[in-house]
Design a protein around this ligand. Sequence first.
Ligand code: HEM
Length: 534
Amino acid sequence: MQDKQPLLVAVVAVSGLIYLLFKVLTATDVPKIRGIPEIPGALPVTGHLLELGDDHATVCEKWWRKHKWSTFQIRLGNTRAVVVNSFDDCKKMLIGHQTAVIDRPKLYTFHGVISSTQGFTIGSSPWDESCKNKRKAAGQTLGRPALRSYYPMFDLETYCIVRDLVRDSKGGEAYLNIRPYFQRFALNTTLTLCYGIRMDSVWDDMLREVLEVGSAISLLRSASENYQDYIPLLRYLPNNEKNARSKSLRSRRDKYLNELLDKVREMIANGTDKPCISAAILKDEETKLSGVEVSSICLSLVSGGFETIPGTLTSCIGSLSTAAGQVFQDRAYEDIKRLYPDTEEAWKKCYEGEEVPYVNAIVKEALRYYTVSAMSLPRRAHQDIRWGDDGTVIPKGTMILINAQAANHSPEHFGHDAATFDPERWLSSLDPATERATTGLQHYSFGAGSRACSGQLIASRLLYAALVRLIASFKIVASDEEPPNTDYVDYNQFKSALVAIPRDFKVKLVPRDGGVTSECLGRAEERTRGAYAV
Ligand code: HEM
């Protein structure tokens, strides 16, 4: 018996060590939450990261269906996250608990390395006094009263899309990739708001640099691309390639942001500056914002729109260009003609208000169906969240992930055809020219509640104005050789990125009435000539 004692001690010690090691390797920032089911199969160290793969939204949607839990918890390495999937649970979380979910998490790569020079964008700022000020300033720039002052810009940028498509589509003979035209559209809009500067060529060097660096930086915010955010050990690996890449992108971004600000300074000195956020600040017009806060606001607006708008508009055109989409185009065209006496009037009115019900329906459906930010932007519990009547509490500090893609395709909310692109779901079934009365939340593509998208008004107006002019000018037809992918998951070529990038496809743009379009272009050219610095 005595001989066995050292063996017993050794067994107990080893078991203790194994248990301790297991505890260390499965430890999370927030302990397991009682009352919220956890998806089985989490591994030590990585948790669910490997199983989540590149496409977190689709995997979480499958878990929801498989386990029949709309809200569940997972482990991203050392970080515990609560994932919310159904339309109703997302509403409960984002609206019902909006004060509690006002915060955003800090991530090692994005916050620690990338954002160290220009500050955090609004969408990545934790909730504090500075974030409050930045959100307020952005709200003023992007709010309804401000929209009117942007009419000349909406006119100019939508004019440029049609002008260049008329030139490049060769009377409807050539097949084109339309995304670059929409990228310039979105980027010029926000560059004008921030710096009073725009670029006329779709292939302008600086424009392409801003887009390339912006897209690469957006990849550095995604969980599937940045294991080091959740597995701290990886940060200390020699020759950390992620950090080196982040630093190089940071300096490329600093370079163009400084160049843009220098241009504004030069324009102020010459008296040629346009009203914009940075000129107002540089001239110190009643601002309480610091230099870093101004950079951060400009960065937020530029990065908020440059991929979301082209992603939505491009994939929307993809759906409209298919055989089924021809019907939607024709009905939208009829509705435009019903509302306005002629095409010229439609061109002039499209940036002043969203009046054509059928086009509004297309905008809403494009936003819903192609949820370009599938997992929205992560939130963090700012205070304890009482979830349910059984005493379940999601503790302060927990990461909250909103599966907007799953919520936007919930058959429980949108019906059995939730996975079909159908703008008419937003119209009254009795009178197709009338929008169905929808109160409150329509979809989650702009998020919801206390940290909802600050740019949603301007984004909807931009999508609407561009669609009115495109549909009034062309019949858009998909290429047989390079057709669009219209699957709501698979249309996206980079599933790990924060914002979807649609797969390339081509369309031809058959003029509806070349003479009328060229008259509309001529008038728009006169109205907008010299409006902004190029
Ligand atoms: C189709 C276009 C757009 C889509 C789909 C979109 C989507 C989103 C989403 C999902 C969020 C996170 C919301 C949440 O957490 O509940 C967000 C935040 C934000 N968006 Fe947009 N966005 C679009 C256009 C824009 C534009 C054009 C701007 C600016 C000019 C903009 C500026 C912002 C800002 C500043 C935030 C951060 C809000 C905060 O954290 O307080 N967005 N957007």
